[in-house]
Design a protein around this ligand. Structure first.
Ligand code: KIV
Ligand code: ZN
Length: 387
């Protein structure tokens, strides 16, 4: 069975969600949880964007192991050098370079011709190649670019050393049939395509990001770019939890293997919601609070008799097991520490003691503490590190 790579961009495109700003400790906590879930690649940030982003990518590259760490760069020397500076401590660093290729972006944003864009892309890949052989290239606004130009460009960037070609549906404009055909066309018309992997990166402006990504996988894409809870620019990116669970639940249909530990999904989802401040809608697939809840009597009766009557996934498969967690005013340090660790956070002894004091104060006031109440306290402690 062909294995699909999951490339997570929560810390880069996800952080581009309006109003979201993560500090290094928060990004590290998310990166460690992504590694526990066993994503294949973590895009840790865009190092040239700010000193904070640079520091976070560097910290993640130096600390998080057993996963590729990527950093984004525009197709110019300064961006690529800066990205490499941040990434070089990683076990397996990946430089991700991009340039826009659609007529509308080339004319109005770049003010460059096709030939100039092609030349710049080749230069960027060659420059990146001095540092690493793990190079991803993205033609921004790929789905609105001319296919013939993409074929020509891809052939040249592969020759220059790109090992992953990522096709973005930057503005979420594509439809599944169209996007699947684009991938098929690339496979059929780029003569050296076998020397590179095909990846896709979809946005959700029309609510089609997951459907488009799945259509691409059906047509030969080998990597899919995702963000936790589907966060990202505007309407967001392809949701990690939806893609992973669609491939796992419908293995019979897709016949594709993913390597992720799905039982880490719920913890990751809550952590990202807490740290970004982006709430999850109740009916959000997989991780929404209603996703495994049954309201209608007929459904409840069915589920009691046999869970699979109305559930296509087992809640435990995404790590949803709320009942086992009862933390209240009688709970001690052991239970709280266990919760902190299982939720994927690491706190110094001092921070843990502060947390324990705050936890006891809150437990005195509230009859029943929910995991999210305690996570909110943990996040206050993490945040206090830098402020
Ligand atoms: O949406 C997009 O085109 C991107 C690229 C930088 C991959 O995020
Ligand atoms: Zn994007």
């Amino acid at each position: 069975m062909k294995r699909i790579k999951i490339f997570d961009t929560t810390l880069r495109d996800g952080e581009q969600s309006p109003g979201v700003n993560l500090i290094t400790e928060e990004k590290l906590a998310i990166a460690k949880q992504l590694a526990r879930l066993k994503v294949d690649v973590i895009e840790a940030g865009f190092p040239i964007a700010s000193p904070g982003d640079f520091a976070a990518v560097k910290a993640i590259a130096e600390v998080v192991r057993d996963v590729e760490i990527a950093g984004l760069a525009r197709s110019n020397q300064k961006d690529i050098d800066r990205a490499w500076e941040a990434l070089k401590g990683a076990e397996n660093p990946r430089l991700h370079v991009f340039i826009a290729t659609s007529p509308i972006h080339m004319k109005y944003k770049l003010k460059m011709t096709e030939d100039e864009v092609l030349e710049r892309a080749v230069f960027a890949v060659k420059h990146a190649r001095q540092y690493t052989s793990n190079i991803e290239f993205s033609p921004e606004d790929g789905s609105r670019s001319k296919s013939e130009f993409l074929y020509r460009l891809f052939k040249e960037v592969i020759k220059a050393g790109a090992t992953v070609l990522n096709i973005p549906d930057t503005v979420g404009y594509a439809t599944p049939g169209e996007f699947g055909n684009l991938i098929k066309g690339i496979k059929e018309n780029v003569s050296n395509i076998n020397q590179a992997e095909i990846s896709v990166h979809c946005h959700n402006d029309l609510g089609l990001a997951v459907a488009n990504s799945l259509a691409a996988l059906e047509n030969g894409a080998e990597q899919v770019e995702v963000a936790v809870n589907g966060i990202g620019e505007r309407a967001g990116n392809t949701a990690l939890e939806e893609i992973v669970m669609a491939l796992a639940t419908r293995k019979d249909y897709y016949n594709l293997a993913v390597n992720q530990d799905t039982t880490q999904i719920m913890r990751l989802s809550r952590m990202v919601a807490n740290l970004t401040g982006m709430d999850i809608q109740a009916n959000k697939a997989i991780v929404g609070k209603n996703a495994f809840a049954h309201e209608a009597g007929i459904h409840q009766d069915g589920v009691i008799k046999e869970r699979t009557t109305y559930e296509i996934m087992d809640a435990k498969s995404i790590g949803l097991n709320e009942n086992s967690l009862v933390l209240g005013k009688h709970s001690g340090r052991h239970a709280l520490r266990d919760f902190v660790e299982k939720s994927g956070y690491e706190l110094s002894e001092e921070k843990f003691e502060d947390l324990f004091r705050e936890f006891k104060k809150l437990a005195d006031k509230k009859k029943k503490l929910k995991p999210m109440d305690i996570e909110a306290l943990i996040n206050n402690e993490i945040y206090a590190i830098d402020t």
